[in-house]
Every structure is written in C-alpha cells, then in structure tokens.
Design a protein around this ligand. Sequence first.
Ligand code: MG
Ligand code: ZN
Length: 182
Amino acid sequence: MNRAVFLDRDGTLNVDRDYLYRIEDFEFLPGAVEGLRLLQEAGFLLVVITNQSGIARGYYTEDDFTKLTSWMTGELRRQGVKLAGVYYCPHLPDGAVPEYRMDCPCRKPKTGLFDRAVRELDISLTHSFAVGDRLRDCAVCTPSGCRGFLIGGSAPLPEGIQPATSLLDAARKILRGQGATP
Ligand SMILES: [Mg+2]
Ligand SMILES: [Zn+2]
C-alpha cells in the first residue's frame, strides 16, 4: 500500500485568488514546489483534493479547470514533481448550473474524494497526511489514522492536526516525524 499526502490546492499549493481558473492568475506559493519535492523524495504519493464550486456557480467551466490542471501538472513535472492524482468536486447544493447542483458526497468536508483516491491509488491512511489551509482539507484525518497540517492554523486544533506556516513547513515536519510514534 502507498503512503500519500493529500494536498488542498488554493491557499496551499498556490496563492488563493477567488475562483481562480486562468493560467495567468496561477502563482505557486513560496516553497510549495520544494515541499512537494521533499515529500516525493520521501516516497509519498502527492494527491491534490480540491473543491471547485466555481464550476457549479457558473464562474468557469469544467473544461477551464481541466486546462488549468494540465498546465499545473506540466509545470510541476518540469520542476521534477509528479502528481499521483488531482481529484475535484465541481458541485454545490445551490449551484447556478443545473448539471452540478447537488448535495454530493465529495465536497469537502465530506470525504468522497479522499475515499476515491484511497481506493484508486491503494493508499494506507494510517501512513498518510493531509495538508490544507482550511480545517475541511483535513476532513479525512482522525479517526482514520491520517494526520493533518493546517496552514495558518493555531492551537487548539482537533486531535491529529497540527499547525504549519506553509506547505514547506508541513513537509519538513512530516519528514522529521517519519519513524516516530504519532
Ligand atoms: Mg484552500
Ligand atoms: Zn461533489
């Protein structure tokens, strides 16, 4: 089974700009690519898990999202980082686009996207981590055994979730903790 780090996208990998979909607006956060590289070198699968309600809101299309994703994936690959998967939720219960208007099982804090990744990529949750800038990005954490890092978070946090200042900080903490009892 594989160890993975589940990564939120906006505010974790890249600067959070509301309903970002244009390549020219995408900007990696300082240290993010280095953090990904460290985790990859340590043997973790890198799995992006992202809510994209802008699709249901009609702010951009699923095709726009896919284009930005292939650009981002290519850019990372060029810098030596391979993503194992990008899982996204295009839904919203009161979305403007009928096709995506639903109370789905995949919008974080629901765990549908995590569950799919675990299944498709054969991930062991007890050996995995989630990193994001919102508590919902760590929705898969305890009691599943997965541990989390909340960027910009401060104590007290739910059990199994620690604060981090950035993805790079979280990556260093994960690597430092390797082999130690949680
Ligand atoms: Mg975020
Ligand atoms: Zn969904």
